[in-house]
Design a binder for this molecule. Structure first.
Ligand SMILES: [Zn+2]
Length: 509
């Protein structure tokens, strides 16, 4: 949401003398600007007193404290000078507030983004300050931040994962408290990595399996988890300047990189840690390789590695090498208390190949194809409708400005409606995204279906030329998993055991 700030300046006095309501005019101009850029407006602050210092301007005091707490995406104002024109201290205060909270300043001529500090335009933002002054202030701010970190305060704008930023006891600085929602997830990550010895990938899958997503709403990825669990903030420490931005000119443009620094500051934080140091170091000592646990050097010996599960206990079954007593390879359930009986590998292999042959024969006969197209079509029409509805809502948002201008809506109703419409638009965006994802998923499964039979055919044709590792790859290509059931031991001399397999093909219907 954005806010409009209106304030008279000395140069308006001529117009005022002609009886023109300058602020009213500015309000119209800025509302027009908001409409043109489709910026949602949450409030309009109109300064009626004309003090130069911030403290003499009540609306400015309010605006500044809101900007400092980061509640506005941006402030619409006629010119930057309308924000600050007092002494240097006031200017610094304004600049600092926008700078720290990353709040945009939108004027009819230009949008200033304090986050782009090296942008030449940024120095225009500090028009009331010379480049030198600005550099000095920035250095002082930096020194102040370092001082604060050493004192144990949190100086970042965004709290690290698992934490929430709150005002410290001195009411000036910030510190961290565990975030109700994220902190349990953080602890879970340490438990997975430190106690259960999961790798990064497995940790991510486990979280995703529990329906837990990252702040951005996407599933966690190994790199993010690594960044999160290696942050000493979790054991009550603060790290600053670990990854300070470094700028370089690349192809005439400014490129920013954030290499890991070795001269960073590590200080004891005011906040207590939420993880024991012991667990912290254990979790971070996990081998950082993010690949599957199979070592490259030794080829897989079991064609069913990771595919066959015991139907009794759900565990993955493993190969038992041949021995003097048992001249053939077997697949067994390693779990001591489990009733599942071992199966000879060759016997299982034949059964699986047989299953594949039958499946593709059925598949060709029944040709499951057509059914899904109707689903795709209905999804597409849902999408079209959603987009239409969103379009209508966007138009409604536009006409809000008219209703305000015509005096049909009071400002209160205007803000109320515009917030409601904003929520509605976000809701449409979410729905559109989810329908799109469904369409993509259906497309993929359609493609998958058309390649599934050829893949199986290929596997059957080349099977005899495969070694165990090739067989494993080929099977994993077409089969998700096989549940194996066998509870009776073979009778003496019995060649064919009685067992059953439940095969889950890697294909979506
Ligand atoms: Zn078992």
């Amino acid at each position: 949401m954005y806010v409009i700030y209106l304030r008279k300046s000395r140069k308006d006095s001529d117009l005022e003398a002609l009886g023109i309501d300058v602020l009213k005019r500015h309000e119209e101009t800025l509302l027009e600007l908001a409409r043109a850029r489709s910026l949602p407006i949450g409030a309009i602050y109109r300064e009626v007193v004309s003090g130069d210092s911030i403290d003499a301007r009540p609306e400015m005091v309010r605006l500044l404290s809101e900007v400092e707490s980061g509640i506005w995406e941006g402030v619409l104002v006629m010119e930057v000078e309308r924000l600050a024109r007092g002494d240097t201290i006031d200017q610094g205060r304004v600049q600092r507030a926008f700078f720290y909270s990353n709040t945009l300043i939108v004027t009819p001529g230009k949008t200033y983004n304090p986050a782009i500090e090296n942008d030449n335009e940024y120095f225009e933002f500090s028009l009331f300050m010379s480049r030198r002054e600005y550099a000095t202030i920035k250095r002082r701010m930096q020194a102040g931040r370092i001082r604060s970190v050493k004192d144990g305060y949190y100086v970042g704008n965004i709290a690290p994962y698992g934490w929430r930023r709150v005002k410290a006891d001195d009411c000036k600085h910030f510190t961290l408290v565990p975030d109700e929602k994220e902190n349990p997830v953080l602890k879970l990550m340490y438990d997975f990595m430190g106690n259960k010895k999961y790798g990064f990938q497995k940790t991510c899958s486990a979280l995703t399996g529990m329906g837990i997503v990252s702040r951005s709403g996407k599933p966690f990825n190994p790199a993010t988890v690594k960044t999160i669990i290696s942050n000493p903030v979790n054991i009550g420490m603060l790290r600053w300047n670990y990854r300070k931005s470094q700028k370089a000119i690349v192809n005439g443009k400014i490129a920013t990189s954030r290499p890991k620094a070795d001269d960073y500051i590590l200080a004891k934080g005011k906040h207590p840690g939420c993880i024991s140091e012991d667990l912290y170091y254990r979790a971070n000592s996990v081998n950082s390789s993010m690949t599957a646990p199979v070592k490259r050097s030794c080829r897989i010996q079991n064609p069913f590695a990771g595919i066959v599960r015991c139907s009794c206990c759900g565990r993955v079954m493993v190969r038992k090498k041949m021995s003097a007593k048992q001249p053939r390879d077997y697949l067994i359930c390693q779990y001591a208390g489990c009733a599942t009986v071992a199966i000879e590998l060759d016997e299982l292999e034949n059964a699986v190949l047989e299953w594949i042959r039958n499946y593709i024969a059925d598949y060709k006969v029944n040709n499951f194809e057509s059914a899904d197209d109707s689903e795709q079509e209905s999804l597409r029409s849902i999408l079209v409708n959603l987009e239409k509805e969103k379009e209508t809502t966007l138009k409604q948002r536009g006409s809000l400005f008219d209703l305000l201008e015509q005096g049909i809506y009071t400002k209160e109703i205007f803000f109320e409606r515009s917030t409601a419409l904003e929520d509605k638009i976000k809701d449409f965006d979410k729905k559109i995204e989810s329908v799109n994802a469904d369409i993509v998923r259906l497309d993929l499964s359609k493609k998958n279906r058309s390649t599934f039979v050829p893949k199986c055919q290929e596997l059957l044709n080349a099977w005899d030329t495969f070694d165990a590792a090739d067989k494993n790859t080929a099977l994993k290509n077409v089969i998700e998993r096989i549940d194996f059931t066998k509870t009776e031991k073979n009778a003496r001399g019995q060649r064919h055991s009685s067992f059953s397999i439940d095969v889950f093909p890697r294909i979506s219907r």
